[in-house]
Design a protein around this ligand. Structure first.
Ligand SMILES: [Zn+2]
Length: 332
């Protein structure tokens, strides 16, 4: 009798242990499911994007002026032929082949989500979808290369730093460069700049060269402001645009901000404005850095975006919009 009851106890103990093991295993499975989708979920957002019939409703005045001259020049049939032959048949091809052997192309099959994001943005801004390549690089950045067949290159580190809405802003900015034909203007200006080497006198060549370089840089900064507006109309939020630009400056991702605290746009704007309002001699170094840069300071870009979003131009754009659904991956 005793041994029989002992057997019963062992049996129950065994069943209990088995049940405990089963529950623990199920628990592990559940947490496994969470990590397998990396704590992210897909959500549909509706983008309300203005119908942009004229580029001039987004570009800055100086940008309109310069790209206008270039576009005028390229309407000449001989210039157009040279551009198509030189860039279309040769230079663009060289650069494309270089990308194709060193970087991975984003297609419907490679990184489908990113492909869809760029495609949706291109359709929304009525820009022909460019070829897209991913570059393995530390500096969070994206850029457009090539003139006739523009290519969008996205650095892998940009995807780590930004969430998808912010990434959409950057993609919109880059597509803005395509829409405003900035690459052609940049190429023509830099080719003209090379022609300065034909000036025989050193002094004259340097003097004209420096003036030309500064004018080119000024236009380049204006082109950035125009492209920022394309990003803004795509995401429809000056706060998203500002946060993206601040992230590009600080390198602080959402994960890092969860540990160290959020950034406050208002606080950042005060920081930038203090320098702007400083006495000229106290910011001479800042001014020199600015006039010799291709991009405006992030603070200036954010101010330009806020001013534009308060302008009559922007309000007019918002009176005629289209609704575009987009699937974005968000962190849970
Ligand atoms: Zn740009």
């Amino acid at each position: 009798m005793e041994s029989r009851s002992q057997m019963k106890v062992y049996k129950y103990l065994f069943i209990m242990l088995f049940a405990l093991f089963f529950v623990a295993a199920c628990g592990e499975n559940n947490s496994g499911e969470d990590s397998s989708n990396h704590g992210v979920a897909q959500k549909t957002f509706i983008l309300e994007v203005p119908k942009i019939s004229h580029n001039s409703s987004l570009q800055t005045d100086l940008d309109i002026e310069l790209t206008g001259h270039v576009n005028e020049l390229s309407t000449n049939k001989y210039v157009d032929k040279v551009i198509k032959l030189y860039y279309g048949q040769w230079k663009d091809q060289l650069s494309y082949n270089d990308l194709a052997v060193q970087k991975v192309r984003v297609t419907k099959k490679n990184y489908k989500g990113l492909y869809t994001l760029v495609k949706t943005a291109a359709d929304a801004l009525e820009v022909k979808m460019p070829d897209v390549f991913i570059a393995y690089a530390d500096q969070p950045s994206a850029y457009i290369t090539n003139v006739i067949q523009p290519v969008l290159v996205i650095h892998s580190s940009l995807l780590e730093l930004l969430n998808q809405k912010e990434l959409l802003y950057v993609i919109g900015h880059e597509l803005g460069h395509i829409r405003f034909k900035h690459m052609l203007s940049m190429e023509i200006v830099s080719t003209t700049y090379l022609a300065l080497n034909l000036i025989p006198t050193d002094f004259l060549r340097n003097a004209i060269g420096n003036i030309a370089a500064l004018s080119f840089l000024k236009w380049s900064r204006e082109a950035e402001i125009s492209a920022d507006r394309a990003g803004l109309v795509l995401v429809g939020s000056k706060e998203v645009a500002a946060k993206t630009l601040i992230k590009l400056m600080s390198g602080m991702s959402d994960d890092l901000m969860k540990i160290h605290g959020e950034v406050d746009i208002k606080e950042f704007r005060i920081q930038s404005k203090k320098i702007e309002q400083a006495f000229i001699l106290k910011k001479i170094n800042v001014l020199l850095t600015q006039v010799t840069s291709t991009h405006p300071f992030i603070g200036s870009r954010i101010e330009a975006l806020y001013n534009f979003s308060d302008s009559a131009k922007y309000v007019a754009l918002l009176s005629n919009t289209k609704k575009i659904p987009i699937e974005l991956v968000i962190r849970k």
